[in-house]
Design a protein around this ligand. Sequence first.
Ligand code: ZN
Ligand code: ZN
Length: 296
Amino acid sequence: MARTTRPRPLDVEALFPEVIVHRRDAVRLHPRVGNPSTRESSLGGPLLWPRSQPWPRCDDDHPRTALSPPGVGSISLVPVLQIFAADVPELPFPTGMDLLQVLWCPFDHEYGYVPRPEVFWRDSSLVDVEAAPPRPTGTHNGYLPDPCVLHPERVTDYPNWDLPEGVADALEDRFEQLEEETGWSYWSHLSVSDGIKVGGYPTWTQDPFWPTCPTCNQRMDHLLTINSSEFDGESWRTWLPIEDTPATGTIWDLPYEERTRIQRPPGLMLGDMGGIYLFECLRCPDRPFAYHSDCS
Ligand SMILES: [Zn+2]
Ligand SMILES: [Zn+2]
């Protein structure tokens, strides 16, 4: 079943033409628990992995937290995302590549105290099938996504925390006035799409942090956002898909388990309902990679 975001409840571009030049396309991935194969796009599913390439492992020193790995030794990375170009051609695939894979080490790392992601681009025609390795034990379930199939959907993002300062200052009073008059918040309901997504603007829960490319010293590009949740107590009014909307009452009237299957389908919990944002530099041929995390 496809997942469909409602049109914005108000015409953002008519109300705030200043944001039009900052508009960006995003692809909401809408993961839902399923049984994806190695030949399908997935979150937390089995990867199409070359037999000739050893499974990636993490040998870092992990900080002493409740989520330190048990014992000593290297940790197998776990599959987080696999996306084929046929499903999300909007991803910036390098020439000749048609498959993106994201894995992470499912233990806390010094940087941000979240899992440490790695990114792989591939030509799927050159890959023979390899099953996913066994899952590491001793980490918490919030770092081990349950297998989900994806339902990519194109939406439009307008920046919120990424609005240029002058524009944000100029619009602040009008945003407030609109919210008082209509109950719709530019920040929560009209600007940046929520949930796990490709492109668009990161769904920051704290101040934006755009990494600088170590090679060319310019701001890196947002590749994708992995969020703990598809919407929160405010943003659901815009970002809860039509297909998941209860026939009576609201999403918050559903029993906890039922709501969680819609709000946090992979069962991820990154920080306190935070996210991990992945970046690459598209200017540099070796595509430097960086990530940043925050929590609410
Ligand atoms: Zn690690
Ligand atoms: Zn660069």
